[in-house]
Design a protein around this ligand. Structure first.
Ligand code: C2E
Ligand code: CA
Ligand code: CA
Length: 282
């Protein structure tokens, strides 16, 4: 009545495709048809693996391995993120328990799990995390949850409440994509965060753009003042790694060190004295 709506046949196609993908996703949730990949996070000086970030993949019968950026938004919109998130947590806790027992009884690692905005405001999350830890027998300190600034800003009261409860359980919390969100500084010192992950936008430009270099230096100084650990993500060149090391950044993650690996390859890495370069060569 008050305007014109444009419709193209292409839109119907997109809608149908999206509906088909959603149906397939429901079936995948029912069958647990997902795969977790693990990207090492290494000590910048020794390249020894300290941790893995769990990154979800969906092996689809006709589309191949679907990346999370494609299906996580659908999962969030449809509420499927709840069972998917629970599946990921359980999978990672079991994997950690296995690695604790078989691979590194004396020198445990930790695993970081990405959490979606909708999970953080889910009143059931704390209970799910608690049960998962109890069932698997891993130490709560071995599990890190990765959250982002924008997730907190969307519903700060609920989010901060959930974070405080998770901290009480002994779970470590990591602020992902740091530097890309909003109003972060006013919140940072009030949140129970133990680690900051510098966004790959800055890390990827650290050796070519002096402003990005200064931003990384500032984030490192800030995290030291707040007694938080720092990880630089998206490290793709030796020049970037060397700069980060000279600035005092302790942990790095990125294609230079290793891409995300399937669980067997990650386990082999843990068995071969945990230095990523030995895998690259061997
Ligand atoms: P993220 O948490 O920021 O994860 C880092 C992404 O950067 C991953 O993409 C990783 O494969 C990629 N990456 C790693 N090293 C490099 C590098 O050197 N250069 C570049 N350009 N990229 C690198 P991926 O696996 O496709 O994941 C995309 C996003 O999907 C993640 O971003 C995360 O937000 C989300 N995601 C992944 N797994 C899960 C999950 O289990 N649950 C939820 N809720 N979200 C997930
Ligand atoms: Ca992440
Ligand atoms: Ca990130």
């Amino acid at each position: 009545r008050s305007g014109t709506v444009l419709f193209e046949p292409r839109m119907l196609l997109e809608q149908n495709e999206r509906r088909a993908l959603e149906e397939d996703l429901r079936a995948a949730v029912r069958n647990g048809d997902f795969q977790v990949f693990y990207q090492p996070l290494v000590d910048v000086a020794t390249t020894s693996v300290r941790s893995f970030e769990a990154l979800l993949r969906w092996p689809h019968k006709t589309r191949g391995l679907i990346a999370p950026d494609t299906f996580i938004p659908i999962a969030e919109e449809t509420g499927l993120i709840r069972p998917i998130g629970e599946w990921v947590l359980r999978q990672d806790a079991q994997r950690l328990a296995h690695w604790n027992a078989k691979v590194l009884p004396d020198d445990p690692i930790w695993v970081s799990v990405n959490v979606a905005a909708r999970q953080l405001t889910d009143p059931g999350l704390v209970e799910i995390v608690k049960n998962t830890i109890a069932e698997s027998g891993v130490e709560s300190g071995q599990l890190k949850l990765e959250i982002t600034e924008s997730m907190i800003m969307a519903d700060a009261v609920t989010a901060v409440g959930a974070l405080d409860q998770l901290k009480t359980l002994g779970i470590h919390l990591l602020m992902d994509d740091f530097g890309t969100g909003h109003a972060s500084l006013s919140y940072l010192h009030r949140l129970p965060i133990s680690t900051i992950k510098i966004d790959r936008y800055f890390v990827g430009r650290i050796d070519s753009n002096s402003e990005c270099l200064e931003i990384v230096r500032t984030i490192l100084n800030l995290s030291r003042s707040l007694a938080m650990d720092v990880v630089a993500e998206g490290v793709e060149s030796s020049a970037q790694r060397e700069l980060l090391q000279s600035l005092g950044c302790e942990y790095v993650q990125g294609y230079l060190l290793s891409p995300p690996l399937d669980a067997d390859a990650a386990e082999r890495l843990l068995l071969t004295n945990r230095a990523v370069e030995s895998v690259a060569k061997g």
